[in-house]
Design a protein around this ligand. Structure first.
Ligand code: C2E
Ligand code: MG
Ligand code: MG
Ligand code: MG
Length: 280
């Protein structure tokens, strides 16, 4: 290996490896303090009914701001939180905070919260979910838990039981980022997911110039319809994408074309606006 070749290669590779591990350790340490330090917050992104144009639900998304680092993307810190198990307390905080917030929204608007597979493996998960709903007063059918298909990679009988118990509570399940994993159709059926969120990579490339991506979206929507699932197109940014996913028959739209994720306080006028427009 590199060791036998003398000093140069080692000097070239080692510092960067060292820095990466060092950065990881720094972020991990900081993440341990983030919850207690009040550095985490939630933003919410509206999901729009493609037919009525009304806000159907809002997805809670975590943000971590640390003065020394600036804003750290969840794409970076969520995987680290999963590896270290910190996702359990952090995810509990997110669920409790989001449910308390959503209990104040108009009752026709639902809440979506992302849940890591690691959280479902925690023996306290169901108790935590039940107590969170009770404390917040949010009706279970206004809550949807978003889980990626990676949950099925090493699924245990216990996790299967949890998915079943979640639905028995009346809480809905959404499969997030559909199409990015290995997308086993059998799993969709087995766990009885209510909603299928088509990953933004497909939505973004779907256009009249890219008929293959559009064909994938079309096929996924047809599959979801035949399984009685609601479809959400994620990451819709342009008018062209919007028209295409509407024409294909996606039930709901989420993306910058309508709104980026916003702080809870910014939702209230959006709820009011949407209702007025729909009523007009
Ligand atoms: P996700 O659940 O698939 O969330 C959608 C992501 O797409 C969000 O990124 C959102 O800001 C982004 N997005 C929405 N519309 C558009 C658009 O039109 N264009 C583009 N380019 N992006 C759009 P975000 O907030 O950075 O979150 C990334 C991922 O981190 C989430 O993907 C989710 O997997 C994870 N995550 C975020 N919050 C939580 C959480 O509270 N718990 C867990 N377990 N995971 C979370
Ligand atoms: Mg999601
Ligand atoms: Mg997604
Ligand atoms: Mg995603």
């Amino acid at each position: 290996g590199a060791k036998d070749n003398g000093g140069n290669e080692i000097c070239f590779y080692e510092p960067s490896l060292h820095l990466r591990a060092e950065e990881r350790r720094r972020i991990e340490l900081a993440l341990r303090g983030a919850l207690g330090g009040g550095e985490l917050r939630l933003v919410y992104q509206p999901v729009i009914d493609a037919v009525t144009g009304r806000i159907e639900s809002c997805e809670a998304l975590m943000r971590w701001f640390k003065p020394e680092f600036g804003e750290i993307s969840p794409a970076k810190f969520i995987p680290l939180a999963e590896e270290t198990g910190l996702i359990v307390p952090i995810g509990e905080w997110a669920l409790r905070t989001a449910c308390a917030e959503a209990a104040q929204w108009p009752s026709e608007i639902s809440l979506a919260v992302n849940i890591s597979p690691r959280q479902l493996q925690d023996p306290g998960f169901m108790t935590m979910l039940v107590s969170t709903l009770a404390r917040s007063g949010l009706e279970p059918n206004r809550l949807e838990l978003e889980i990626t298909e990676t949950v099925f990679l090493n699924i245990t009988p216990d996790t299967r039981k949890i998915l079943h118990q979640i639905r028995q509570l009346g809480v809905r399940l959404a499969m997030d980022d559909f199409g990015t994993g290995y997308s086993s159709l059998g799993y969709l059926r087995e766990a009885n997911f209510d909603t299928l969120k088509i990953d933004q990579t497909f939505v973004r490339s779907a256009s009249r110039d890219d008929p293959d991506s559009a064909a994938i979206v079309r096929a996924v929507v047809a599959l979801a319809n035949s399984l009685d699932m609601t479809t959400v197109a994620e990451g819709v940014e342009t008018q062209e994408q919007l028209e295409l996913v509407c024409e294909i028959g996606c039930d709901r739209i989420q993306g910058y074309i309508f709104s980026a994720p916003v702080p809870a306080n910014d939702l209230r006028p959006m709820f009011a606006d949407k209702n007025r427009r729909a009523a007009a």
